[in-house]
Design a protein around this ligand. Structure first.
Ligand code: SF4
Ligand code: SF4
Length: 352
């Protein structure tokens, strides 16, 4: 393995010949692989790996978080969500804070745990749903088959159209390492729309060699001026993707504008629940509560640079709060909260 790795790295070195090449990955797990195996240190310094908005917790804007807080403050519901999301702070609050104040906030490992809670309890159960195309099919299944007292607040985002914002911003990205898990659902074909930009993309698996092979494919493509779509992860990703998962996702959800932390509003990326399933849509069912909601700004986050971390413009250590005021035990921004967040990953592997 070490020999193979050395060979791939030498090839990358030869092909890039000192040319500055910026590659952005779009997946928290890729950042984990890169940091854990210290891949940046074995690549030539002219080939840079930037981390992009690949973590579903990090990109959820404060507006969604505050709406859920507002619901908890105004209705006696059981709020269910994933553990990472419950730790994201807004001012001095988080969902765990509400739990400590007696609100019924429960951590689940999958949406189906939340459905089980709804089966057992008489109260209304709201699932605070986050995630990309990877998680949305299972949430769609839960929406289609769950008891009457189960609702979803949909803070999901369609990931594929969000890449548009990254390519059209003036960020000088020479290639993208595309997320493996999202790609198993959407397939290689979902990226066809990006061929027109002439920026190569390579779908990669999660082993260190997968990432290095994707880097090799991209460096070669840059060299040959080939803006193609490459699939390094053929063992899991097919051209058409998982058609059944796509069907159920599209049956239940539709796309609308979506706000992303650090990237602003991106068309087609927000995820609404279709009218056919409106009795499951927390936004509609609790419409009267959300009517009097007004978002605020979190002054504590004034110095947090998550937005720039998510765009690959800076690394965590460029943020002056990194491992000083902001640590995994006391996170200020979502990039430090989430296990897929770049700041948290850099802290975990002590990259300073
Ligand atoms: S959901 Fe999957 S593809 Fe997306 S960031 Fe997490 S691991 Fe990567
Ligand atoms: S170190 Fe903390 S404050 Fe700085 S960008 Fe990361 S999450 Fe935000």
């Amino acid at each position: 393995m070490a020999e193979d790795t050395g060979r791939i790295v030498r090839k990358i070195e030869e092909l890039s010949e000192g040319q500055e090449i910026n590659l952005m990955h779009l997946c928290g797990t890729h950042e984990d692989t890169i940091s854990k195996y210290n891949l940046r240190s074995i690549l030539p310094p002219n080939v840079k790996l930037l981390s992009g908005p690949g973590c579903p917790v990090c990109i959820i804007p404060d507006t969604d978080l505050q709406e859920v807080f507002h619901l908890l403050e105004n209705r006696d519901v059981i709020l269910t969500t994933f553990g990472d999301m419950a730790r994201v702070p807004f001012e001095d609050r988080s969902l765990f804070y509400y739990r400590s104040k007696g609100k019924d906030v429960r951590i689940v490992y999958s949406v189906f745990d939340a459905v089980e809670i709804a089966k057992r309890e008489d109260k209304d159960v709201v699932f605070f749903g986050i995630g990309f195309e990877t998680t949305m099919p299972s949430i769609a299944v839960a929406i289609k088959d769950s008891p009457e007292n189960f609702y979803v607040y949909s803070a999901h985002r369609f990931f594929i159209p969000a890449i548009e914002a990254l390519v059209s911003e003036d960020m000088k990205i020479d290639g993208f390492i595309n997320p493996g898990h999202v790609s198993t659902i959407v397939g290689v074909k979902a990226y066809e729309r990006y061929r027109k930009y002439g920026i190569p993309m390579a779908i990669a698996g999660f082993e260190p060699q997968d990432v290095l092979l994707a880097v090799y494919m991209l460096v070669r493509a840059v060299k040959e001026n080939d803006g193609g779509i490459f699939n390094e992860y053929t063992r899991a990703v097919k051209y058409e993707g998982n058609v059944k998962a796509q069907e159920v996702m599209n049956e239940v959800f539709y796309s609308r504008d979506g706000e992303w932390r650090g990237l602003g509003t991106i068309p087609e990326t927000g995820v609404g629940i279709r009218n056919d399933f409106e009795e499951k849509d927390a936004e509609k069912v609790f419409e009267d509560v959300f009517e009097n909601f007004a978002p605020k700004e979190d002054k504590r986050k004034k110095h947090c640079r998550c937005g720039e971390v998510l765009k690959g413009l800076i690394t965590p250590k460029d943020c002056r709060l990194f491992m000083t005021a902001c640590t995994p035990r006391n996170p200020i921004g979502p990039c430090m909260v989430s296990f897929e967040g770049t700041c948290n990953i850099w802290a975990k592997y002590s990259i300073s």
